[in-house]
Design a protein around this ligand. Sequence first.
Ligand code: PAF
Length: 283
Amino acid sequence: MKLTQTVAELKEILTPAYQSKSTIGFFPTMGALHEGHLNLVKRALFKSEVVVVSIFVNPTQFNDPKDLEAYPRTLESDLNNLRSLSDELIVFHPDVNALYTDQPQSRSFDFKGLDKVMEGAYRPGHFDGVATVVDLLFKAVRPTVAYFGEKDYQQTLIVKSLVKQERLQVRIEVCPTTRESNGLARSSRNERLSAQGRIKAAFIYQQLKWVKRRFSSVEFEVIREAVSMAFKDTEDWRLEYFEIAEVPSLELSVSRKKNKKYRAFIAARFEGVRLIDSIALNE
Ligand code: PAF
């Protein structure tokens, strides 16, 4: 496994791949790697000749400094996990100054409203921060294909929009959410839940599956009220939002339109940990 912290060295390592036009698969992460991440790396290894994984906790996408501070940093075990998958992996672990040449600051983008709802509404500036760092990482790696998890569905749309706006030559592959055995979406944040909490947190996915079952027969407003009540009635939960949105526009929907695709989204706090998940309602 090759580990580098600088853009110049990364480019040097990748030069033979650029010259031979090998497919370069890239998976950007913030570390604290779990089985979901590792499955995605395996997929990248299977599909690309060269695979780069970045580990970088990006300050510009955190609107809450406490959240940034609490974000788990587990570099040693991340590197061991990656090493156990393949010794051909290239790991890019820059520090803030190596990636942001100046003060870490977000650029501002026009995402045509994609960034104004749900995660964008609850975490102002978050998607400008994500797009800024993904753009810097893409320019450093110059991947053929980049992998993103469907759990952060809104983020995948933001990244696709960034690629279009910046005319980047990279294909975005969205990979299915990996779940724990009880259905809880795998996330680095799950580590902050108690053992009991981790079992109870599957409640989010149970709600989403209930919504999917009722989607074609129950009015959106009734579904919305039922979900909101279910969270109120269940100890220790704080629902931030439940939305049904048209995809890929993410226009929030109050009723079903013919020939449109919809997805349900939830963000909620449990034991103080912010969890998100979503489900396709009519594939
Ligand atoms: O999904 C994440 O882990 C981050 O938002 C990303 C894409 C690595 C950018 O920092």
